[in-house]
Design a protein around this ligand. Structure first.
Ligand SMILES: NC(=O)C1=CN([C@@H]2O[C@H](COP(=O)(O)OP(=O)(O)OC[C@H]3O[C@@H](n4cnc5c(N)ncnc54)[C@H](O)[C@@H]3O)[C@@H](O)[C@H]2O)C=CC1
Ligand SMILES: N[C@@H](CC=O)C(=O)O
Ligand code: NA
Length: 440
């Protein structure tokens, strides 16, 4: 049988990985897929750069639309990234009856509803395993492997760049900016790295997992997003002393009031496996009512790990493209007409426990005032740690750090208490608040 013909729009870090792995493992992939899979066209604005990657083994074009217009191309792989052009190209490819594979989580988290609807109407597949946690087959696991379950929550380290930064800051005492540059050099970071460090990339991925886990539409605009730029190295150190690690987590949880959808730094008990996921590695914990807790671990970024997921999608499409579209696995795991109307919970209604760090004047009565405000707000305290003055400011320092771990309360109640504490004249700097997750 004639090989399936693939065109890559945007051959860069991931695209070159796809090209190389497909070449290297072509025989084995063919035995799995039932027929060969060949990249016959690639596009990149700079044709010479693309030619340097593929030689004469594929046709190189500057105009991505030339690939979509080619009737011989069966599958279009979108690896340009971004929202605007990528959206146009994906919709044009669908309209031309091509199946689409993309690693573009930003695109699907924001425009997924429109794109999946267009694909459904046209009877083509849009596959996106690479868009969440790179090489980890988490989409497959959530959509197919765990299909018997009522999924209760999903929590993950789903941004390699930020996990790399946090690990290197903790282990080597390196500066944030230095480690970010290294993550960019290694090909982990997004074209705009603020997406990584501000939590946006993780929120894109979480939005997709949430939709698949709970059968709700993709709703990136409802996600609570907080990155790691405000984290201080002293919080990483204090967390360690208290038996926790700080990780940027994406958490989505089903509650009777609605679905939680939030990305923020979190204290995780150091004894949890996920707390020990280091460097650019990703990990996702999924809690299902039947299966219990499951954990998925692997490389969430980089050329060949991400290519691994893109190629898995190419094989799936090769196996399934002749199947009746109604018999295929739905894009978001649930049938499009059976999505739930569960609402995303406003962040103020989310219940968690907290780590608070207050830089206060080192004088009698300060701690009592602060804990009194928490008690008045009905927020109970789990532990209090006061750093000795010489640990933060040397002998005779007039400031000290008070660290408080609280029990559960709503975010809105904590916000009100924080505003009161912040207004105290003895609180000398903005209070650090980090949410705490037991993940058990
Ligand atoms: N790098 C990684 O580890 C991962 C990346 N992704 C996603 O994969 C996608 C691609 O990422 P990378 O390969 O890292 O980016 P990249 O920047 O290395 O590659 C993108 C390529 O597209 C080309 N391009 C830009 N505009 C074009 C146009 N109009 N026509 C043709 N080519 C054009 C660029 O020249 C570049 O070579 C993004 O959506 C990214 O979020 C997903 C998972 C991991
Ligand atoms: N920038 C992303 C790349 C993969 O999605 C990350 O750092 O995880
Ligand atoms: Na994946």
């Amino acid at each position: 049988m004639k090989p399936i013909q693939v065109g890559i729009l945007g051959i860069g870090t991931v695209g070159s990985g796809v090209f190389n792995v497909l070449q290297r493992n072509q025989e084995e992939i063919k035995r799995r897929a039932g027929r060969g899979i060949e990249v016959t066209m690639v596009s990149r604005r700079n044709v010479a750069e693309a030619q340097a990657l593929v030689g004469d083994r594929a046709q190189v074009v500057a105009d991505a639309r030339a690939i979509i217009a080619n009737p011989d191309i069966d599958i279009v792989v979108e690896l340009i990234g971004g929202y605007t052009l990528a959206k146009e190209l994906v919709l044009e490819a669908i309209a031309a009856g091509k199946h689409v594979v993309t690693a573009n989580k930003a695109l699907l988290a924001v425009h997924g509803t429109e794109i999946f609807a267009a694909a459904h109407a046209k009877g083509v597949m849009v596959a996106f395993e690479a868009a969440v946690a790179g090489g980890i087959p988490i989409i497959k696991a959530l959509r197919e492997g765990l299909t018997a379950n009522s999924i209760q929550w999903v929590a993950g380290i789903i941004n390699g760049t930020t996990n790399f930064i946090l690990s290197e800051m903790r282990d080597k005492g390196l500066d944030f900016a230095v480690v970010l540059k290294e993550a960019q050099r290694l090909g982990y970071a997004e074209a705009d790295p603020t997406f990584d460090i501000e939590g946006v990339d993780a929120a894109h991925k979480l939005t997709l997992m949430s939709a698949i886990a709970f059968g709700i539409p993709v709703q990136f605009d409802k996600a609570y997003v907080e990155g790691i730029t405000q984290l201080g190295s002293q919080d990483i150190k204090y967390a360690e002393q208290l038996g926790y690690r700080i990780k940027l987590l994406g958490i989505t949880k089903r509650t009777p009031q609605g679905v939680e959808l939030r990305v923020h730094p979190s204290l995780v008990p150091a004894k949890r496996l996920i707390a020990n996921v280091e460097g650019a590695m990703n990990a996702v914990v999924v809690q299902g009512d039947a299966v219990g807790t499951t954990l998925y671990y692997g490389k969430g970024a980089g050329s060949e790990p991400t290519a691994s997921a893109v190629i898995a999608d190419l094989v799936d499409i090769t196996r399934l493209h002749t199947a009746d579209p109604t018999n295929r696995v739905p894009h978001l795991a649930f049938q499009p007409d059976a999505l739930s109307d569960l609402q995303v919970l406003p962040m103020g209604d989310v219940i968690t426990s907290y780590y608070l760090r207050l830089r206060v004047a080192d004088q009698a009565g300060v701690l009592a005032t602060v804990t009194g405000l928490l008690a008045a707000a009905d927020i109970s305290i789990d532990a209090v740690l006061q750093r000795e003055a010489d640990e933060i400011g040397g002998e005779g320092a007039t400031q000290t750090d008070v660290i408080i771990l609280t029990h559960d309360c709503t975010e809105s109640r904590m916000n009100a208490a924080l505003a009161q504490m912040q207004a105290l004249p003895t609180v000398l700097a903005p209070i650090t608040r980090i949410r705490k997750e037991e993940l058990a």
